[in-house]
Ligand binder design. Structure first.
Ligand SMILES: Nc1nc2c(ncn2[C@@H]2O[C@H](COP(=O)(O)OP(=O)(O)OP(=O)(O)O)[C@@H](O)[C@H]2O)c(=O)[nH]1
Ligand SMILES: [Mg+2]
Length: 278
């Protein structure tokens, strides 16, 4: 299956975000905890290297958070730190403002010496659907940005004042043109970071069944089936169990494929991390 995961318009937003990061004083990098490493765009590494950066392991409610602990430690450097978060929990974002202030203390001190108020301007980056806009609303305590459970909700950059000391820039989610990594591409498809319109949903659902079979989780928990090793057969069985039967008695495979993907994305298969963390 071929995943066309880097639509042409995205190189324009990538360039714009490059510029935006260069101008920003700090970075809030929002990762989906179900596939945190797959969410990292190596093209940003160089630009954010010496900027205060908070790596947000968002959607932490959808994984067993303890499993992320050793990975998160790797992001603790003099200029960066990792925090886990559920951005839909009101007030949860406060920790991010605190961490940004800690990481920016030199900048704050310099401003104070000059007698001016230090305003940190942080750019919020990450793959589509990782929860960037939700996190910003959480920081503001109100709905200043549009959110939605699909890729590509935010269309333009937007500057939002959070407090007298913090401004953030919401950005459209970006993918990166690293077409060769099928494992990463699939993870991003599974978690909803690639628009469904460009995906072969049937093919993605078969790949998801294969992955869950490898990980030995999800399918039994959700559908009570013992994976057979034949994804097509399992998908048909799932469709039958769910009652997706067409007139002639055949299983509606398209509908079954959507259900499998939707169940995974909504966390109905359990708390599952897709990336290999070690
Ligand atoms: N369970 C859970 N859902 C979350 C969390 N954060 C965000 N969401 C949901 O994830 C979906 C995507 O959130 P958005 O904030 O629109 O994501 P985004 O990164 O701004 O997406 P784009 O604008 O498309 O790049 C929404 O349905 C949110 O409610 C979280 O911590 N836990
Ligand atoms: Mg958004």
């Amino acid at each position: 299956m071929n995943i066309n995961w880097f639509p042409g318009h995205m190189s324009k937003s990538l360039r714009e975000i490059d510029d935006r990061i260069k101008l920003a004083g700090a970075v809030i990098y929002v990762l989906d905890s179900r596939a945190p490493l797959s969410c990292i765009n190596p093209a940003f590494d160089e630009i954010i290297k010496n900027k205060p950066t908070v790596y947000v392991f968002n959607k932490a409610d959808m994984v067993k958070a303890g499993e992320l602990a050793s990975l998160m430690k790797r992001f603790d450097t003099p200029t960066s730190v990792a925090v886990k978060l559920n951005a839909t929990n009101s007030g949860a974002g406060k920790i991010i403002s605190e961490k940004l202030r800690e990481l920016s203390k030199d900048y704050i001190a310099k401003k104070q010496e000059k007698g001016v108020r230090a305003v940190i301007r942080a750019v919020v980056i990450g793959v589509p659907n990782s929860g960037k806009s939700t996190l910003i609303n959480n920081l503001c305590g109100k709905g200043k940005t549009v959110t939605g459970n699909k890729a590509g909700v935010t269309k333009m950059q937007q500057l939002i004042r959070v407090s007298d000391y913090l401004e953030v820039v919401d950005t459209p989610g970006t993918l990166y043109p690293k077409l060769d990594n099928y494992f990463v591409a699939l993870n991003l498809a599974f978690i909803g970071s690639i628009k469904d319109e460009v995906l072969d949903i049937y093919g993605v659902s078969l790949e998801l069944i294969k992955r869950l079979t490898e990980l030995r989780t999800g399918l039994k928990e959700r559908y009570g089936i013992e994976p057979s090793g034949d994804a097509e057969k399992d998908l048909e069985l799932i469709g039958r169990k769910r009652g997706f039967i067409e007139k002639g008695g055949e299983v509606d495979l398209e509908r079954a494929a959507y259900a499998v993907i939707d169940d995974f994305r909504k966390g109905r298969m359990g708390k599952i991390i897709l990336d290999r963390l070690s």
